[in-house]
Design a binder for this molecule. Structure first.
Ligand code: NZQ
Ligand code: ZN
Length: 394
């Protein structure tokens, strides 16, 4: 077990009707004028946005609005938000939506609190000195941005998707009403469950020191998400299953399932980010499409962890060689992805990238990572290319 810092400052308000609290929470965190940030229409159609406005009005908090955030949120809208927030003297960012909206709000928060081009932070050129406070009303269980230190933005020019991590962007509060996720399309529910699983898997497949307690929490979380993803496939209106998945989404990416592991892997995320940037695929689906190829490429360098995953998470009998057990665990996870209609190859994702595109993604992936990425196995550009090629062949 390695030493670790665990910092999860976000106040969680969980349960039915909790969105009514939004105005009170903005006030409690000293917001006097809010930017109400949202997506491409679901929050308007469901009436949620109207309820949030009422709760702000009840608290006497003035607000300006900026909707139109799309999945793989765009830098151009971030710039627009920064300008608007500065013009209007906004001091609190209220994100109503999923990871894309929350990430866009975080980026606006960096842009308002720092001089210069906000993209510099995502481009690894400099570090942010501050961020405007962000609060979230979550509408999809997936990215975990409501408690995470991360923000992922896509620069349209060149299709470059980059993440920036800093504790200063962690939301002040997260309002989570599982009922708000009942309107999700099945595909988004499955993408979300995949992303939640992956956030813990990225912390589980490491060659760091590990901690038994962290492992048991991680294994329980992964089994719970898989069980409830299957329930939601048949019964999307199941509140209890929505609640289990929603809370798992936050715990999976707030650092809890990585305590003591000495460093995350996150190579599958790095590989997916290039796919999202270039092809605008849904994040969870992109992860599922490349994970099996990544796992087969790296498992021999991280055999004990892949065996443990196979037995404790996927229920594979511990019979045969370690490599046999590990491979069965990988197959079982891919079977699970397919069972919830997630792709396990580029072709199933509807993509047929050219050799040049694969090379371009591998190059950008290695640049984004500063040359190398991973803990289960350290990957360089040629490894990234090999994994993309495997995913393109399957
Ligand atoms: O824009 P609207 O109309 O709301 O539609 C959204 C969007 O099309 C829809 N949706 C959300 N809530 C809904 C709903 N539709 C019906 N009913 C509801 N209640 O779902 C679609 C996806 O929304 P999005 O916010 O993009 O989903 P998600 O939460 O999966 O976020 C994905 C983004 O987060 C990034 C991803 O890379 C991607 O850009 N990530 C952010 C992380 C972080 N900040 O910590 C970590 C992750 O690993 C991830 O990289
Ligand atoms: Zn993710």
């Amino acid at each position: 077990m390695f030493p670790f810092n665990y910092y999860a400052p976000t106040k969680v308000i969980f349960g039915k009707g909790t969105e009514q609290e939004a105005g009170k929470q903005v006030r409690a965190f000293h917001g006097t004028k809010a930017l109400l940030h949202y997506g491409s229409g679901s929050a308007v159609r469901s009436g949620l946005l109207g309820r949030i406005k009422e709760s702000l009005e009840e608290e006497g908090i003035p607000y300006v609005e900026l909707g139109g955030v799309v999945p793989n949120p765009r830098l151009s809208l971030v710039y627009k938000g920064i300008e608007l927030a500065k013009e209007e003297g906004v001091d609190f960012l209220l994100a109503v939506g999923g990871g894309s909206v929350i990430d866009s709000a975080k980026a606006i928060g960096y842009g308002v609190a720092n001089e210069g081009d906000v993209w510099d932070f995502y481009d690894r050129k400099r570090k942010a000195a501050g961020c405007l406070p962000v609060g979230a009303v979550l509408t999809i269980a997936a990215a975990g941005s409501e408690m995470s230190n991360s923000s992922v933005i896509t620069k349209e020019e060149g299709g470059i998707k980059r993440g920036y991590r800093d504790d200063i962007c962690r939301p002040k509060f997260a309002i989570m009403n599982p009922e708000l996720t009942l309107t999700l399309p099945d595909y988004q529910t499955a993408c979300g469950c995949t992303d939640i699983l992956m956030h813990t898997m990225e912390r589980y497949f490491t060659n760091g020191g590990n901690m038994a307690l962290t492992d048991r929490i991680a294994e329980g979380l992964m089994r719970t998400v898989m069980e409830n993803a299957k329930i939601l496939l048949k019964d999307p209106q199941n509140y209890e299953a929505r609640a289990e998945v929603m809370w798992a989404g936050s715990l999976s990416h707030n650092g809890l399932t990585g305590c003591g592991n000495g460093g995350d892997d996150f190579a599958t995320h790095g590989l997916e980010h290039e796919m999202g940037g270039l092809y605008d695929v849904a994040h969870g689906a992109g992860l599922a499409a490349v994970w099996g190829s990544w796992a087969r490429y790296v498992y021999q360098d991280c055999l004990p962890r892949f065996c443990q995953f196979a037995v404790k998470v996927m229920g594979v009998p511990a019979v045969g060689t370690e490599a046999d057990v590990a491979l069965k665990g990988i197959e079982a996870m891919e079977d699970f992805f397919r069972s919830i209609h997630m792709p396990t190859s580029f072709a199933q994702l509807g993509l047929s990238p050219t050799k040049e595109e694969l090379e371009d993604m591998a190059h950008k992936c290695s640049v984004a990572a500063g040359g190398k990425k991973g803990s289960a196995k350290v990957l360089y550009e040629e490894d990234m290319l090999a994994i993309y090629k495997m995913a393109a062949q399957e």
